[in-house]
Design a binder for this molecule. Structure first.
Ligand code: SF4
Length: 356
């Protein structure tokens, strides 16, 4: 018997009343679908997807800020998934088709050559994502500062994961029984920022990698904790996650960023859930340079991404799913990204809902 099958049998023995486990990371969501894990779980064990897709949680008002800079003649660069996310006046992709200078980058360091190659242009990096991408933005700014580049700035819409989990775990309407915590973010942050989930909120929490064995091991660990009535923070990600995290990445982030309030799609404004540039790097701050004030954006009519991102509904419960909203013509960001919950459901489970 392989480990996944053995673990699924253990889950069937352990889980005999309804429990709801949130897999926080979009990569977990995709791996769960791809591996067919849902079909091996007891019907009482529901999996709900969380706000772990960086493109999806970027508020529409933040996207509108980036679009407004194109209107003002700046070059706006972003990672590819951001390009098709709709804002009020289109998307970066549609604006590029209309002749605006929006560019896809695969690395934050691409911005250095872009800015140095065209010194009369203002080059702006739309920097989104969690603690996984923020260190690269920090390294970019340290290097840009060292080189004395003056036409480069960053719209820092990076998000911090722990405040989002604090919000979700305090929501009495969600009743999350356990958290499958994001592996990549935990590699950077280590254990401590997530320990409150078990110690303060009493919710079993397990850091897991992305292969099926690790995911079911994490679920068994959560089920064992629920069975015993004792919540703890564990890791089944082996040596990839050190309890202290990645010191080099943490130092980079700490040198360049400080926490600030930030607006999340689905969760709204959350205290200290974003990353702003420290005063030493304020010359690279696009919000200051262009006098921008991001405001909470309007959700596209009918789109229920906010409810999907907080596990309140599955994508099938959105009336636009698979009709007005498809990967080829997305209405909301959850259908755009490779890690978006709606995109994963569309690709892997169009006909069946699968257990919650
Ligand atoms: S199916 Fe489309 S419109 Fe509905 S919640 Fe998902 S992304 Fe938004």
């Amino acid at each position: 018997m392989d480990r996944v099958t053995a673990a699924s049998q253990a889950l069937k023995r352990l889980v005999d009343s309804p429990v709801s486990v949130m897999e926080v990371c979009g990569t977990h969501t995709v791996s769960i679908f791809r591996s067919g894990i849902r079909s091996l779980l007891p019907p009482e064990l529901g999996l709900v997807s969380g706000p772990g897709c960086p493109v999806c949680v970027t508020d529409q008002g933040e996207i509108d800020c980036a679009l407004s800079l194109l209107d003002r003649g700046a070059v706006v660069a972003a990672y590819g998934d951001m390009f098709r996310v709709p804002g009020e006046s289109g998307s970066l992709a549609s604006k590029r088709e209309r002749g605006f200078d929006a560019r896809v980058v695969t690395s934050a360091f691409d911005l250095l050559a872009m800015a140095e190659g065209d010194p009369v242009k203002e080059v702006v990096f739309l920097a989104v994502g969690f603690e996984t991408t923020a260190p690269a933005t920090a390294a970019l700014l340290i290097e840009a500062s060292r080189r004395g580049i003056r036409n480069l700035s960053v719209l820092s819409f990076h998000k911090r994961t722990p405040p989002a989990l604090a919000s979700l775990s305090a929501d009495p309407g969600l009743r999350i029984s356990g958290f499958l915590l994001p592996g990549h973010v935990s590699v950077i942050l280590g254990h401590a920022p997530f320990s409150f989930l078990a110690s303060d909120r009493g919710i079993p929490s397990v850091i897991a990698g992305f292969d099926p064995e690790q995911i079911v091991s994490g679920l068994v660990d959560i089920a064992l904790q629920l069975h015993s009535g004792e919540a703890a923070l564990h890791s089944v990600y082996g040596r990839a996650v050190r309890p202290e995290g990645n010191r080099r990445a943490l130092e980079l982030m700490d040198r360049v960023f400080e926490s600030r309030d930030s607006c999340w799609r689905g969760l709204g404004p959350l205290a200290k859930s974003g990353l702003a540039l420290r005063a030493e790097f304020s010359g690279f701050d696009a919000e200051k340079r262009f006098e921008l004030k991001p405001e909470q954006g309007r959700t596209p009519p009918g789109c229920r991404c906010g409810d999907v991102l907080t596990g309140r509904i599955t994508p099938h419960e959105c009336p636009l799913f698979g009709s007005a909203c498809t990967p080829a013509s997305p209405t909301g960001p959850c259908m755009v990204s490779a890690e978006g919950t709606c995109g994963a459901y569309f690709k892997f489970s169009r006909r069946g809902g699968g257990p919650r």
